[in-house]
Write a protein that binds this ligand. Sequence first.
Ligand SMILES: *Cc1c(COP(=O)(O)O)cnc(C)c1O
Length: 389
Amino acid sequence: MPRIYLDYNATTPIDPLVLEEVTSALKNYQGNPSSVYEEGRAARILIEDSREFVRTFLDAGNSGEIIFTGSGSESVNLAIIGSVFAYMRNNKNAIPHIITSRVEHPAVLNTFKFLELHGAETSYIGVNEFGGILMDDLLAAIKESTVLISVMGANNETGTIFPLKQILEEVKKVKEDILFHSDLVQIIGKSYFSLKDIPLDLCSFSGHKFYALKGCGALYVKKGANIDPVIHGGHQERGLRAGTENIAGIVSIAKGLSIFKNNIDEELKRINTLGGAFLDKLFYGIEGIKLNGHPVNRLKNTINVSFDGVKAETLLFNLDLYGVSASAGSACNAGAVSLSHVLKAHGYDVKRIESAIRFSIGRFTTEEDIDYAVSAIKKGVLKLRANPS
Ligand SMILES: *Cc1c(COP(=O)(O)O)cnc(C)c1O
């Protein structure tokens, strides 16, 4: 039985070229990058070269700096908590206000919840049935004390892409000094993105979503964006993230982005075509299904569909037996019976949400994988509809 992995939005397999680069770095660079002798200097150079590469990849020019962190989640925490803490330090009795969307990853939403416990004021902006952010509500929520707005680039559950450039411009027109952060974990290393085109103040990304290692991430911080560190200790990462650097992770991030950059047009064309074919075959082959999220403005690698009369958890269990891996809602919620907060925000009914499965493809997905998966899905759906529990 084959294993068909269709959960690239949860994590990607390591690219063999990344593995090679990481193995060599682990073997050859074992000094502490903060040490001043030869072994330390060599490790330092490797890290700074990686930083430089990532900055160039993002088209950052000299606009800001890359801070390496321990995950996408950590980057998000640093951006949001860091902004709020810096504001509180500089405005002793003021209550900071922060805004985000209802469809963010838990890394953002639970950081907001944490800051609420510490006295911050929060606003959560809804989306329409296609997952598009309610722009008027967002702009209306801005006030004098608004420190930060966090809106993701693309949603991990539905693949819906937000018009970040437009959102950023409109927000800055209302209040220039708001820090605009974007969770770009599903964009950077997977899709086109340039800071020249979309000059965000802060953006987060994660190695294991673009074929690099798990447990490493990065935050871009624009010059002048005032954030305090969250992890304290040594002066690593420009004083914003203490702790001896994860050289393997950092090298993997640079290599992962470099592999993507070298083949960006071809890879996106291939994945988009494959994703389109997957969607067509599903809709052609199985009756009673609905696409969740935006029909057009979405990452074509992400297909979130609801199957009438089927419980997602039961279908996933059957698919696993057939060798197909996918997920219901976001991976972080898998196993839990709670309904997807993302699909709830779309206003879908409970049945549609309970029957929703996310398939996400990537670099190593083939046409044969898709064909096998579609027939397995069809088999599973027909079986469950014939024997409703
Ligand atoms: C995976 C993911 C994260 C978390 O990244 P980690 O490196 O796993 O902490 C944050 N946001 C989005 C949109 C994601 O898909």
